[in-house]
Design a protein around this ligand. Sequence first.
Ligand code: ATP
Length: 510
Amino acid sequence: MTEPTAKKSMDEIMALCKRRGFIFQASEIYGGINGFWDYGPLGAQLKKNLKDAWWQDTVLTPPPGPDGKPVSMVGLDSCIIQNPKVWVASGHVGGFNDPMIDCRESKRRYRADHLWVLGVADAAQERFYAYVEGDDEGRDRALKLLGKYTKRQLTDADVVASPLAKHPASALTNTVGPDTKEVGTLTEPRAFNLMFKTYVGATASEEDVAYLRPETAQGIFLNFKNVTDTTRVKMPFGIAQMGKAFRNEVTPRNFTFRSREFEQMEIEFFCAPGTTNEWYAFWRDLRMRWWQSLGLASDNLVLREHDKDELAHYAKTGAGTSDVEYRFPFTYPGFGELEGIADRSDFDLKQHAQHSKTKLEWFDPEAKERYVPHVIEPSAGADRGVLALLCEAYTPDPARPSKVYMKFAPRLSPLKAGVFPLVAKDGMPEIAEKLYQELKPRFGAVEFDPKQTIGKRYARMDEAGCPFCFTIDSDTAKDQSVTVRERDTCAQERVALDKVSTYLAERILV
Ligand code: ATP
């Protein structure tokens, strides 16, 4: 097996995100709020570019299906708050629970499936030290405390780590929590509903309880009949929607990876019952290729087919479930989910038909038969997508003044071009501004910056991931050409002033 690409520093990536205005802590001036993040000017544009690419490539111009025919897709924008009965039918009110463990002493709360325990390999087990999966510092702390307890200098070879879920319940009394020093402070795992509750209307009574949607998918099932009644879609077809989803995550962490408010990009693809295997394979492979096409093409991206015992309740008997996973610095050398592709069978439509007493079926006029369509669901996270793009783009380069540049694919880059006068005199700013005004209406994300040394301006653009900078110098007035500097190689060449727009279009409008 080859060594994975070197691990990047999450702290440095987060520092750049803040410094350059990609991502800020929400409510920062009030001390923040755990699990919520705001996107700054560059981050908002990057996220919009990702969502636009998704809409363009999956809704408007999907490639032909397995039968070589065009794939039929339509869009939707449904409400965040729906009738609360929706979440009873979907199984979220009853079942959308993560087992959770509380620490009686530190008052911290952990997802049981995220806790690992460390014990000494060669001893009859007396004491275990828990840490949160992926938290390297927490693991080091556990190792240190275990060494102190056993009065031994422990190395990785002396210890065994295992998921707490595989740990006998009785062992919890011998376990020290991630944020305490004594045993026995952790509770047994308990169910915890992840949906945010709110009240609709003026009285905050129990009848007025409603929920913020924990996924966008259900809005699609609710509108199945509306869409088939009002459009010309024919089976098989997909409905796509992107938008906010909310989950009161027990342990929000890893920057935006596990947030309490996030955005999803989901497709429900409806097809005839006997055709799910081929559509599942089609969407699984297509979605993997899509993430690769955005530049996540290295060994940092994998497609992982779920084992049968991992499958969600609705997917037990279907074509399968797989995840597109990215190797984030905090999951390294492992991977974290970007998108799940699942065969949801006819579960959701049948549930809503039963609970709403509405027929949610398809009539096939040729075969003259009626059936409840089955569904393949590719469900992606926009925030995790942005985070993967940021991690992948982050490229340390000690030779540059910025020491780092962001290698975004031009299509996604939040800035497309910078236009600079070399110095703010001798007519250079005027020529630069004219060029800026020519490029701006065509390319939008173009920045004009007349201040600072040219090195500092290039450094800012490198950190923003701007692929091309055009500099007007003292020769421009004489030879009507400018210097273009390319972000990844720092190579410079001269381009005719009146060809800059074409030059840029050829390289970024791909
Ligand atoms: P996990 O196991 O990581 O909690 P999940 O399997 O519950 O994720 P899904 O319900 O399949 O996630 O949601 C689809 C997509 O929504 C995920 O692939 C992910 O990109 C995104 N997503 C889910 N939960 C979060 C979250 N808390 N923060 C950010 N994105 C999320």
